[in-house]
Ligand binder design. Structure first.
Ligand code: HEM
Length: 457
């Protein structure tokens, strides 16, 4: 027996691999030019390089995660937080103290404050407003006219969020101002994120002036809403009251800045995402008249011909499946980022502390390994017997884990209700000048969707 053969065995520590680099980078810019030029195809192709791959964005190495299982594992792990260039630029514009950008105990406390307003059992109280807004949307339109779906979708999304969550008579006029301010701010924010040329945005150019004015008006509006609620002495059971009465970890009232940033952090993600999804739903109703007809028939079978109501939504299976399928193919939130807070691993790959990580719900939800006929619009894939074949975390438009969107029930209720109201009143046709190609911004939406409503007789 040799001396070596009696040595105790070394503990088995799995060898962590360095993720492969994605191909196709160019000197200096790395993969950045591809990400700017055609981000959706670029993200969708990354999976062919590996489950975790490294990208070069200028001088930086960024990690991309490409499988449902690993994106789910990351979202559920404490090793990753909200941080990185995307969030820093959002904080600079929208405020540092809101729930969407906070981490750790502050984030947990803020989620506890806002969560009751979004709980499943809180949603029926918003039913009458959602109903009123869904029907008002269709009643604004005249048969045969051209509808600019971008402004109409934004309008209804902001009105529902603002009226449900920040109740008050003043909301109608304010909701209109919020629409204008948010649409401009989002456009400018995306530009500032993909082309981070700080000095350029300080020049007194018309586009910069418009952006700065819209941003200032957004912050002013929020201040006005908070001040008026305080002056009214009223405390309706809503999100704004919850924010005004919130206490910090020491039991003291939270500061003015945090109240302000919280309102901004809820209104801004809440309007752009819903508005983009409504645009895609309108596009789907126009492009797939057979599904629009099925939605109409389903709604009529449930309502017997009266206007659709919030209480009907639960029974509208196909309508709900149309909404889910539209969100699968065109998820409003198409890219998400995280930062590793410690050395860790994902799928056997080494992820160093401080690494910026990116993943795309768009790519995950279109992956042919998860979905048969992956690019087909097929709402029936969500029927109970077929849905079982969808891998875990392969459909996660609201994300998962501690950063999951608080508004999934709130959003799904209004989106189904709006789809039902639209499809029962009209058929839709795209008109000349309409462009339903995908515009990539902070969210995904059609470039310029113009429809004409044709009344159902
Ligand atoms: C179709 C509609 C919506 C979609 C697809 C959506 C999607 C998402 C996603 C994917 C996240 C997670 C971001 C991350 O993991 O980094 C998120 C977070 C968030 N969403 Fe939504 N959202 C929608 C509507 C809304 C609405 C209506 C509101 C509020 C009125 C809202 C408020 C928020 C907030 C406050 C967060 C931050 C949560 C946190 O970090 O703890 N969202 N949303």
């Amino acid at each position: 027996m040799t001396v070596e053969s009696v040595r105790p065995e070394a503990p088995v520590t799995p060898e962590l691999l360095e993720p492969p680099f994605a191909g196709g980078g160019v000197p200096v810019l790395g993969h950045g030019w591809k990400l700017v030029r055609d981000p959706l195809s670029f993200m969708a192709r990354l999976g062919s390089h590996g489950d975790v791959v490294r990208l070069r964005l200028g001088p930086k190495t960024v990690y991309a995660v490409t499988t449902p299982a690993l994106t789910g594992a990351m979202a559920l792990s404490n090793d990753y937080i909200i941080d990185g260039p995307l969030w820093e630029s959002l904080e600079g514009l929208l405020g540092k103290e809101g729930v969407a950008t906070a981490n750790g105990p502050t984030h947990r406390r803020q989620r506890r404050t806002i969560q009751p307003a979004f709980r499943l059992d809180a949603i029926p109280a918003y039913g009458p407003i959602m109903e009123e807004e869904a029907h008002a949307l269709t009643e604004r339109w005249k048969p045969g006219e051209t509808i600019d779906c971008t402004s109409e979708s934004f309008r209804v999304a902001v009105r529902i969020a603002a009226r449900c969550l920040l109740r008050g008579d003043f909301m109608d006029e304010r909701a209109e101002r919020l629409c204008v301010a948010l649409a401009t701010v989002f456009r400018g924010m995306y530009r500032r994120m993909v082309i981070p040329a700080g000095a350029l945005y300080r020049l007194p150019l018309p586009a910069n002036r418009k952006f700065n004015a819209a941003l200032a008006d957004l912050h002013l509006l929020v201040d006005e809403i908070v001040a008026e609620r305080r002056a009214s002495g009223q405390k309706p059971d809503d999100l704004l009251t919850a924010l005004l009465e919130a206490k910090d970890d020491n039991g003291d009232p939270i500061g003015e800045q945090e109240i302000h940033d919280q309102v901004v952090a809820i209104l801004t993600p809440g309007s752009e995402t819903v508005a983009s999804t409504i645009m895609w739903l309108l596009q789907v109703l126009a492009e797939h008249p057979e599904h629009a007809d099925r939605v109409c028939a389903e709604v009529e079978s449930v309502t017997g011909g009266r206007p659709v109501a919030f209480e009907d939504v639960r029974a509208l299976r196909h309508t709900n499946n149309v909404v889910v399928e539209a969100m699968r193919l065109r998820p409003a939130v198409w890219i998400l980022t995280r930062r590793a807070v410690r050395d860790t691993e994902l799928g056997g790959y080494r992820i160093p502390a401080g690494a910026d990580i990116v993943y795309s719900p768009y790519a995950i939800q279109r992956d042919p390994q998860s979905y048969a006929d992956n690019l087909e619009f097929d709402p029936d894939r969500w029927l109970p017997d077929r849905v079982k074949s969808v891998p875990k975390h392969a459909m996660s438009p609201f994300s998962t884990g501690n950063r999951k969107c608080p508004s999934d029930h709130f959003s799904m209720a209004q989106l189904s209700l709006i789809t039902a109201a639209l499809a029962t009143k009209y058929r839709f046709e795209q008109v000349s000048g309409s462009d339903d190609g995908t515009r990539v911004g902070i969210t995904l939406r059609p470039h310029r969707l113009l429809l004409t409503p044709v009344p159902r007789s």
